[in-house]
Ligand binder design. Structure first.
Ligand code: SF4
Ligand code: SF4
Ligand code: FES
Length: 258
């Protein structure tokens, strides 16, 4: 493919507002959208704000919306677009804009802090943990997360409903709860912590209606919905509708300290 000139619309602005600006910019063989944004900075818009680090799909910082779809700019090849197509690049919609393509993703860090941490097994010290590969296969998939927050951005529960943010952790952090719940050495239940219950009661699992949009945009191809959210939902439903499970969970929650 020889070089050509592409038409871009890039959102420019800050906390006070902004809009799309038109650019015509050179594209060369093998380039990705982030290359074009860098060329814009170098040639036409030196103050264009963009966040990036690795340019290899691993740091999760170059998240943006390209033609309305949440994507990593460094992993979106220009060859997926028609040469005569106008390509629109906008900041993540679910989070407040700081400037141009840079958003404040602090919501996600606050939610991360709300998830109860791994509870070490009692009686075992560092270096004494032993796990079978077959026991870590399921939660290991979730460890591929690069925290790009594209799943958080696309999820309609918060994308168009700012008011849901206090009660809803979003797919990335519901998945984190599932990961810890599936961890073979997590001793949360011994301390009276029921992770599935916290997902339901404290982190808004019930808001998710399994549209699978989060799975579709995940650059690590993690099956967020099928492998993390649905198993937790099934378990939560069992508890709610099975009187014995419900009674058992009530009894277990009454710790000796109660
Ligand atoms: S499946 Fe659930 S968490 Fe994922 S985007 Fe849909 S509503 Fe949000
Ligand atoms: S689960 Fe996937 S889409 Fe969500 S933050 Fe992690 S890598 Fe990104
Ligand atoms: S720059 Fe690191 S994921 Fe794109």
């Amino acid at each position: 493919m020889s070089g050509y000139e592409a038409r871009f619309k890039v959102w420019r602005g800050d906390t006070r507002g902004g809009g799309l600006e038109d650019f015509a910019v050179e594209v060369n063989e093998g380039e990705v959208v982030l290359d074009i944004i860098h060329r814009l900075q170098a040639t036409q818009a030196p103050d264009l704000a963009v966040r990036w680090n690795c340019k290899a799909g691993k740091c999760g910082s170059c998240s943006a919306e390209i033609n309305g779809r949440p994507r990593l700019m460094c992993m979106t090849r220009m060859s997926v677009f028609e040469r005569d197509e106008t390509i629109t690049v906008t900041p993540l919609r679910a989070f407040p804009v700081i400037r141009d393509l840079v958003t404040d993703v602090g919501f996600n860090y606050r939610k991360a802090r709300e998830i109860p941490a791994f509870v070490p097994p009692s009686g075992l010290g560092p270096g004494e943990y032993r796990m079978w590969q077959q026991d870590v296969d399921r939660p290991q998939e979730f460890r591929k997360c690069i925290e790009c927050f594209l799943c958080q951005d696309v999820c309609h529960v918060v994308r168009d409903h700012e008011e849901n943010k206090p009660a809803y952790a979003g797919p990335r952090f519901l998945m984190r709860t599932a990961e810890l719940d599936m961890h073979p050495l997590d001793a949360a239940s011994e301390t009276g912590l029921d992770r599935k219950r916290t997902a339901q009661d404290d982190h808004g699992l019930g808001y998710c209606n399994i549209t699978k949009c989060c799975t579709e945009v995940c650059p690590e191809s993690i099956k967020i919905t099928d492998n993390a959210l649905i198993p937790m939902k099934e378990s939560a439903a069992d508890r709610k509708y099975d009187p014995l499970v419900w009674l058992g969970s009530k009894i277990r929650r009454r710790s000796p300290a109660d």
